[in-house]
Design a protein around this ligand. Structure first.
Ligand SMILES: Cc1cc2nc3c(=O)[nH]c(=O)nc-3n(C[C@H](O)[C@H](O)[C@H](O)COP(=O)(O)O)c2cc1C
Length: 201
């Protein structure tokens, strides 16, 4: 049994490629985590359109980068032990591929393997508005045990920058794998109790 906890990060071609990059950066701080990266061909376009990172920059953030069409890779098999997988951002096409079991690239195959091996699969869908097909597929994946963790904004921590919003999302994702992220501010209780003791009912 290997000592490191292996995790796959898949970046698909939805808007929000930076979210995937930030998850990879956050994972670098965990010495006992081994990272495996997949980038779909459309994600290569969104990365270049939306971020200042080159593909090489991103590949350098991980231990292993797997070309999207290499269906013979280690992570294509259930016999390769790992903790789970995060798909961030997750396009509606990738959602549909997982929901139908149509594994025609390595990202879809790796997600399929996570499901069949009952490993944790967290997807971060990014689309708005959703149509009925998106919602049906997401609901079906939820019922298969997939954690649907949409790229939604949080405000209770009083964000000042986009980075603050991203940090919060990254922290929520990593907490699914019991990986504590220092830039994450979990809600620690309301200081003001309602109803107040002396309030008239
Ligand atoms: C710039 C750009 C932004 C896109 N944004 C989204 C998005 O936010 N959500 C989504 O589901 N698809 C989005 N798409 C469409 C997907 O990229 C497209 O459905 C593609 O087939 C997804 O393939 P993949 O999941 O293999 O990466 C976008 C495409 C481009 C070029």
């Amino acid at each position: 049994m290997q000592n490191k906890k292996r995790i796959i990060v898949g970046i698909s071609g939805a808007s929000g490629a930076i979210l995937g990059v930030e998850v990879l950066r956050a994972l670098q701080s965990f010495q006992d985590v081994e990272t495996h990266l997949l980038i779909t061909s459309v994600a290569e376009q969104t990365i270049s359109h939306e971020t200042e990172f080159s593909l090489n920059n991103i590949r350098n953030l991980v231990h292993y980068y797997h070309p999207i069409n290499n269906l013979g890779a280690s992570i294509a098999s259930g016999s390769f032990d790992l903790m789970g997988m995060i798909i961030i951002p997750c396009s509606m096409k990738t959602v549909a591929g997982i929901a139908s079991g149509y594994s025609d690239n390595l990202l879809l195959r790796a997600a399929d393997v996570c499901l069949k091996e009952r490993r944790k699969l967290v997807i971060v869908p990014r689309e708005t508005p959703f149509n009925g097909i998106h919602l049906r597929n997401l609901s079906f994946l939820h019922d298969q045990g997939v954690v649907i963790l949409p790229a939604m904004m949080t405000f209770y921590h009083q964000p000042k920058t986009i980075q603050d919003l991203i940090n919060q999302l990254v922290g929520k994702i990593l907490s699914q794998f019991n990986l504590p992220y220092t830039n994450y501010q979990p809600w620690d209780g309301n200081l003001d109790v309602y109803p107040k003791e002396n309030d008239p009912l």
